[in-house]
Structure formats: C-alpha cells, structure tokens
Design a protein around this ligand. Sequence first.
Ligand code: FES
Ligand code: FES
Length: 150
Amino acid sequence: MPALTINGSIRDVAVPDDMPLLWVLRDVIGLTGTKFGCGIAQCGACTVHLDGVPVRSCQLPIGTIGGRAVTTIEAIGDTTTGRKVQQAWLEAEVVQCGYCQSGQIMSASALLAATPVPTDADIDAAMAGNICRCGTYVRIREAIKNAARA
Ligand code: FES
Ligand code: FES
C-alpha cells in the first residue's frame, strides 16, 4: 500500500505497485483533471509533475515514485507560475475541445518554472511531447510568452 504525496496531501492507496499513476489519480483518488489519451507516453494528455518535473503518468508505476511530490492540474494554480499560465491560457482563449489542455498547462508551467523567459526553441523542446488534435499550438505559444511577461 504505497503512500503518495499528491497536491500536498499524503494519500495511502491500496493498489499494486505497478499500477500507473494515472489510474490511481483518476480511478482511485478521483482527480479526473488529468486525462487518458494514448496510454503509451506519446501524447502528453496525462502529464503531471513529480517534484516539479513533467512526467507522463500513464506509464509511471506508482511503486517508482517514492517520496517525490505529485502535482496535478487541480493544484497547479496554487503555484505562482501555474497561476500565471492558467491566466494567460484564459486571456489567449487557448482551449478548443480541452482534452489535451491539462497536459499542455502542466508542461508549460514546468517550462516557465525552470526557464522564466523561454525562447521559441525552449518552447518547442518543452512542448513537443504534448499533442493537440485541435491544433491550438499557435495560441499555446502566445500564452506561454504572455505568461513569461506577466
Ligand atoms: S495518455 Fe499518457 S502520454 Fe498519452
Ligand atoms: S484542445 Fe482539443 S485536443 Fe487540444
């Protein structure tokens, strides 16, 4: 029964160590903001942070997490950078269907926390693994730049 630190709370979950974090978040704990897209670490819809680093939760067995802090879309707005990113997303009206956007915001927040004034190349590198079927990439880039200026 691993204990996980999720959004600042310690959660004991009675599941096998090899269960992916995404399943624990959505089906065990009920944090459904993180989305299932491909299930094979290729789309980024399931992105969360582990100690501030973006990871694909669909391919992350909970037994490998240890004491690292998990942050999901439900709590990213509690961080200064996450709050700026979410505000910039609203102002740029980034979202279309929305399915990919939790992952996009988590990747963008990690980028700006590590690189407060990213270049286009930095943005490309950080966001390359987050796919948007609605093609919101231009607005995502604009929102990241606006968040960096905020
Ligand atoms: S659902 Fe995890 S990367 Fe696609
Ligand atoms: S907004 Fe629809 S998949 Fe990205």
